[in-house]
Design a protein around this ligand. Sequence first.
Ligand code: NIG
Ligand code: FE
Length: 413
Amino acid sequence: MKVLITNIRQLLQVRDNPVEKVSGSDMKSLPVLENAFLLIEGDRIADYGKMEDLPDMETDKVIDATGKVVLPAWCDSHTHIVYAGNREQEFVDRINGLTYEEIANRGGGILNSAKKLQDTPEEDLYEQSAKRLEEVIALGTGAVEIKSGYGLTPDAELKMLRVVKKLKENYGIPVKATFLGAHAIPEAYKSDRKGYTDLIINTMIPAVAQEGLAEYVDVFCEKGYFTTEETENILEAGKAFGLIPKIHVNQFHAIGGVQTGVKYNALSVDHLEVMRDEDIEALKGSDTMPVALPSCSYFLSIPYTPARQMIDAGLPLALATDYNPGSTPSGNMNFVVATACIKMKMTPEEAINAATINGAYAMGLAATHGSISKDKKANLIITKKVPGYAYLPYAFGSNHIEHVMINGKVCHT
Ligand code: NIG
Ligand code: FE
């Protein structure tokens, strides 16, 4: 099947020589072809160029994109979309004055979601999660990472990861699974933290690895959750089973999680709302991708990741949603990109690089996703008619997407 997209007003993120990530001042450059065509063969990008250079060819289908922008589908490298029920009551409690921390200390927060998930049958959990995955694909997401961490028992963690596996099998986009047993200390281990980390290390990680249910291991490294020492022990255990670290750090406090991530060569360190100079220094020259989650900052009214400072220091940055029931009940990458521009002062070029190629890097997918390059997967967004790509984050409340294409097929109209 050959599909030709013609008359594209702007074709974004065109890279003849694909890069694995973009850093520092390079993030300001977004390669764009104006008045372009894009040829898709099967599930891959076969060719692209200026309309005036369009060769004669036979095709099965032509999509006229006059006045429209085409770009790689969003790469959302941090989500928790497998969860049971919602936590809108905590949202109301926060409006009425409680903090996220106070709610968590009362047994709400992650433990609240864990209770709900433990009581939810796998089938039901799958149905709820599949609906969210379909929702985010329709919003332009073409690759996604999903974490466990609302189970907090061996059975419930495995149940979550089996749901992730089923999503991976049933949907056409790449789905990367992360084991986050160290998301919170469960009620039953409140006075035996060591007992829980031992359970993670000796029981959960081997079981996850044995069933081949995850590629990554994550820890919520934060005051009141897991210390850097516990984080190191868990990452060490994960590494012994081939799990690559990808961790939650510096959301509320800087306790050295960034340094731990870099020390263990984490693929990414995520959140980073509270960054000290030494944390930025620690990331310089490393292979670890910093990931910002602006929808979480927006929803919890906490600081935004200091993107300007980090990019100006030469670092790369990726953007992701953090879609979860507590801190970010939204999987909308369009909103993430707009919020990064509006609140974090990232330029549209930087934000689009962060949400495509750098997001792909943070999932180990940079070779196949995240840019318009020959042989990469044809996972694309085709917008409605817009004046140009800066209009996408500018008009932040509107849906600009006309079609989402996954594996070369339009899947949403
Ligand atoms: O990434 N920070 C830790 N975990 C999630 C939120 C957890 C929750 O409130 O359910 C996050 O923000
Ligand atoms: Fe998260």
